[in-house]
Design a protein around this ligand. Structure first.
Ligand code: GCO
Ligand code: CA
Length: 261
């Protein structure tokens, strides 16, 4: 049975994997046997990250480039394929958030979020997908969000981008399923990461709200994402196409309940 989830010999590239959920998913893939390549954008963060992987017994290879720059993406993907091997798994995790009410949001900032969270995954999928389609094998996992389905005050650009990423997933799945390339998504609920640190602090009303709003009654632990990541990266999901697997402690299953119940 377990061979279904064995990633031995597969090269996995995880973008934005120098911290947070990207790092947790990357570690899960490595522990399932994958040869790990991580992308990041900041040299200092990359150095620390590689030490953190090594401390966990993982020999990760780091490539520094901006996923929104097509030229750099093409150049670095070619280098990875040559220096490490054919990319079998691509996790489009790199992303950003800006929390500003829509009426105060500068159009330039809106465009920036769309560029990083939606155009970046398109560039990476197109560039790596070209090799995968030619090889008739590949797994692409786009990291979506609760905001792929739901709105929330202050995150108009992020929600627009993550909703778009969900549909990009379905569209690429449609175009590439016939070439044995599976494109799916993971939609994390609310996880304890640096991204949510500002809204997770004790006493912040949002902290209590999320715990109350999540049927599981807690913030997600980044390690909670490992199983879904391995599943969508492995043979076990060879006939799964265009799905978003929400790992959210039940948030999307429920309308919620009054805070005094
Ligand atoms: C927010 C949060 C979210 C989460 C996550 C939810 O401000 O609402 O930061 O955007 O990070 O994406 O799925
Ligand atoms: Ca973190």
């Amino acid at each position: 049975m377990t061979h279904l989830f064995d990633l031995t010999g597969k090269v996995a590239l995880v973008t934005g994997a120098t911290h947070g959920l990207g790092m947790a998913m990357a570690k899960a893939l490595a522990k399932a046997g994958a040869t790990l390549v991580i992308n990041g954008n900041t040299p200092a963060k990359m150095e620390t990250a590689l030490q953190q992987y090594a401390a966990d017994g993982i020999d990760a290879k780091g490539y520094l480039f901006d996923v929104t720059n097509e030229e750099l993406a093409i150049e670095n993907i070619a280098r990875i394929e040559q220096e490490v091997g054919p990319i079998a798994i691509l996790v489009n995790n790199a992303g950003m958030i800006q929390r500003t009410p829509a009426l105060e949001m500068a159009v330039a900032d809106f465009r920036k979020v769309l560029d990083v969270d939606l155009t970046g995954p398109f560039i990476m999928s197109k560039t790596v997908g070209k090799h995968m389609v030619a090889r008739r094998a590949g797994k692409i996992i786009n990291i979506c969000s609760m905001m792929s389905e739901l709105g929330r005050d202050t995150v108009s650009a992020y929600a627009a981008a993550k909703g778009g990423l969900k549909m990009l997933t379905k569209n690429l799945a449609t175009e590439w399923a016939r070439y044995n390339v599976q494109v799916n998504g993971i939609g994390p609920g609310y996880f304890a990461t640096d991204q949510t640190a500002p809204i997770r602090v004790d006493g912040h009303p949002f902290n209590d709200f999320i715990i109350q709003r999540t049927p599981a009654g807690r913030w997600g632990d980044p390690e909670d994402l490992g199983g879904a990541t391995i599943f969508l990266a492995s043979k076990a999901s060879d006939f799964v196409n265009g799905q978003i697997l929400y790992v959210d402690g039940g948030i999307l299953a429920t309308i919620g309940k009054p805070s005094n119940e």
